[in-house]
Write a protein that binds this ligand. Structure first.
Ligand code: FE
Length: 375
């Protein structure tokens, strides 16, 4: 039998940045984890007291918000193939060119966007988060992004759409490529093997990534497409596609709500990260997100369609941008911006959805009504 050689593999670990990945040797006899030992990130003020900050031990729960969001996501389990597409297949040829265009563009962007989110989560974020219950949510979130990708493919294939056209859109249509490229630069920072939190500068880099992905990517970049497709549902068009997009909208709202709590928890644990200069930078990140999403709205709607027009999206995105700023304690950027689509928040209520789309629907919601503070 050949000798197992593991010696030297970790010999240079002491000189390298230590990420919070949970790959350190198990400390035999280390102090037991206490109720207050866990921090969200291994920040520059982080103290690992005798191994008690153990990323592998879920209990005792320290960050209740993450555990609660995890439990809520599990109540929302759903699967694309349970949703019928027969009426959609019949309706598709009867839609106008503009109506077909907005569904194709939405599928084109979202089908690759969920992969970009998953890349950020798996390749960058996860290894830098130290709270086991936050990690639990991230695992569930990664699964949901996979379900979403399956859903888009199911819609594309059910309708017999041109797969090459749809799935290449994010690198063939400028407004989509701009959104994707804007996000990838944040992932690149965290996925660098040399990157680790533990300095003020790097802790801010992680926080910047979380804000870009949760508040902008999941909190702004999906919203034009969601409004466009769900507007079809309001007119009893494409009920199967709309039902799936509605489930996805609900999932993404929970991802956003978790992300907002995560960001605010990091600020609470490490208030020195939240400098005036950093707050100004966050404001710019949100403004960039709003501008990119509005460019996408202009691009996808050369003509008014389904009672929607470009100007309505300018108001809507400014309204959403204000909400994102307020969610991390910043002042509004666009005072007085109004929401032209108040029905969006109602659509997250699954019970209304059933009657609304008049579809055969499996009752996925297994818990009591969730508090959907989102629009
Ligand atoms: Fe998501």
């Amino acid at each position: 039998m050949s000798e197992v050689k593991t010696k030297n593999i970790q010999d240079d670990s002491a000189t390298k940045p230590k990420v919070a990945d949970g790959l350190d040797d198990i400390q035999l006899g280390a102090r037991r984890k206490g109720a207050k030992d866990s921090c969200v990130i291994k920040s520059h003020t982080y103290v690992d007291s005798d191994g008690a900050n153990d990323v592998n031990q879920l209990f005792p729960i320290v960050h209740e918000f993450a555990w609660e969001h995890y439990r809520n996501t599990c109540k929302n389990s759903w699967f694309p193939y349970d949703v019928g597409m027969v009426r959609d297949i019949a309706q598709w040829p009867t839609l106008t060119e503009d109506e077909r265009g907005i569904l194709e563009r939405t599928l084109g962007f979202l089908s690759t966007a969920d992969s970009l989110v998953a890349n950020n989560l798996v390749l960058g974020m996860y290894k830098n988060i130290t709270s086991p219950e936050c990690r639990l949510f991230l695992l569930r979130q990664a699964f949901e992004e996979a379900v979403h990708m399956e859903s888009y493919s199911y819609i594309v294939q059910s309708l017999g759409l041109d797969e090459a056209k749809i799935f290449n859109m994010y690198r063939e249509i400028k407004s989509m490529a701009d959104k994707a490229n804007w996000s990838v630069k944040f992932t690149r920072v965290l996925s660098d093997p040399e990157f680790a939190t533990g300095t003020l500068e790097n802790d801010q880099k992680l926080l910047r990534d979380l804000i870009a992905f949760y508040l902008v990517f999941e909190g702004i970049f999906f919203y034009v497409g969601f409004v466009q497709v769900l507007s079809m549902g309001r007119r009893n068009l494409m009920p199967g596609a709309c039902e799936q997009i509605q489930y996805i909208f609900r999932d993404e709202s929970l991802h956003l709500n978790f992300g907002v709590d995560l960001v605010n928890q990091i600020i609470k644990e490490c208030p020195e990260l939240w400098t005036d200069a950093f707050q100004a930078e966050v404001r710019e990140i949100i403004k960039e997100g709003v501008a990119l999403e509005y460019a996408y709205a202009e691009d996808t709607m050369p003509n008014p369609v389904l009672g929607l027009n470009k100007d309505m999206f300018k108001d809507y995105l400014q309204y959403i941008g204000n909400r994102r700023l307020k969610q991390v304690g910043l002042e509004e950027e666009w005072p007085g911006a109004k929401n032209p689509f108040p029905w969006m928040s109602e659509l997250i209520d699954l019970k209304k959805e059933k009657n609304f789309f008049e579809t055969r629907v499996t009752e996925y919601q297994t818990g009591s009504a969730l508090d959907w503070d989102e629009d």
